[in-house]
Write a protein that binds this ligand. Sequence first.
Ligand SMILES: [Zn+2]
Ligand SMILES: [Zn+2]
Ligand SMILES: [Zn+2]
Ligand SMILES: [Zn+2]
Length: 386
Amino acid sequence: MQTDIHDEPVNLGFGVQFEPDDLYRLRSQFLPLGKIGGKPSWLNPKNLPKSADLLCNVCEKPLCFLMQVSANGGINDPPHAFHRSLFLFVCRNPSCSRTNDAANLKAFRCQLPRANDYYSFDGPMDPDLDGDVADPRAPADGPGLCRICGCSAAKKCAKCQVARYCSQAHQVIDWPAHKLECAKAATDGSITDEPKNPRNAFCFKEFGVEIDQEYMPANLFDGLSDDEGDEEEEEGNDEDETEEEKKARIREFEKFVKENKGKNADMTKEDLDEATAEQPKDIDFDKFNRLVNLQPDQIIRYKRYGQPLRATGLSELPEVVEPCELCGAPRRFEMQLMPHLLSLIDVDAIGQSIDWASVYVYTCSASCQIADDGYAKEFVAKQDFL
Ligand SMILES: [Zn+2]
Ligand SMILES: [Zn+2]
Ligand SMILES: [Zn+2]
Ligand SMILES: [Zn+2]
């Protein structure tokens, strides 16, 4: 009998900090459960997304690897998806981060059968047993990787023909470091081992990912229905206001002041109440807050075929998303990124950085086969707090 997936708990992902000497554990040959920042640990290390597929839809510059998660074991997944991972990329440019618009983000799905060219039938290499060694599977005929972003690199440094880049933009970033070894590389072909490169300013700080099930108390949403919500408001109980609610109210007030500039010089608390009174109560936001407050460090909520947790009811989230371009099967919700991820990767300066309330990833419900077991683009939506 099939279990009702809606009754199953949500899996929460958390960032795990590693000592620099232990970051090798997140490399591709060990098939990490998940990874944030640094360079991608590609599941299929050979047939990577093309550089042209990894450009921002707003500024058309290369996207930056954000995070990946190993997400196999779906109840209906076919044998060609024995291994299955999702990869997310985001544009580094804050001005590409637009309200309720995911044009600065891309998600990819990659899958491999159990018998494949890159991982043993019995599982990946073991970081404890195999240690910090270069990836022995690095395909000689595979794509070079960009020294800055770790993505497919079709371009080479013209001087040494050794250092590889996805784009001229990344060659420029690397030049101050690379010029010290470019001449030597030109004569003997040697170059600093890519994984030992110090972290560059383009990549986000690197973390592992740990997964845990969410425990939700039965009475968590008590008092959140429309009626009771109104009662609370009538009582005017300001002390119950959370920090986020207060911020939202202040932002609303500032907007009101801006819009009414010149009409009314002195604003009082009564004006604030009046200005915000017409705002519908955002029950989705309250639910979101209560759930997040149970585990404030959550960076991912993962529930395949489940329902997304809406961050706010004040903006739309698509009820139905485009079906899979490859096989035509409907796309279903799989996971969402939470606001805490922003502070983990140090981009949470208000108003001047990449931002989201939540990022929602929808994937092909059939986990259909991808040409060359490569990477297929999936659907991303974004909600912001206004
Ligand atoms: Zn951009
Ligand atoms: Zn690059
Ligand atoms: Zn060079
Ligand atoms: Zn499909």
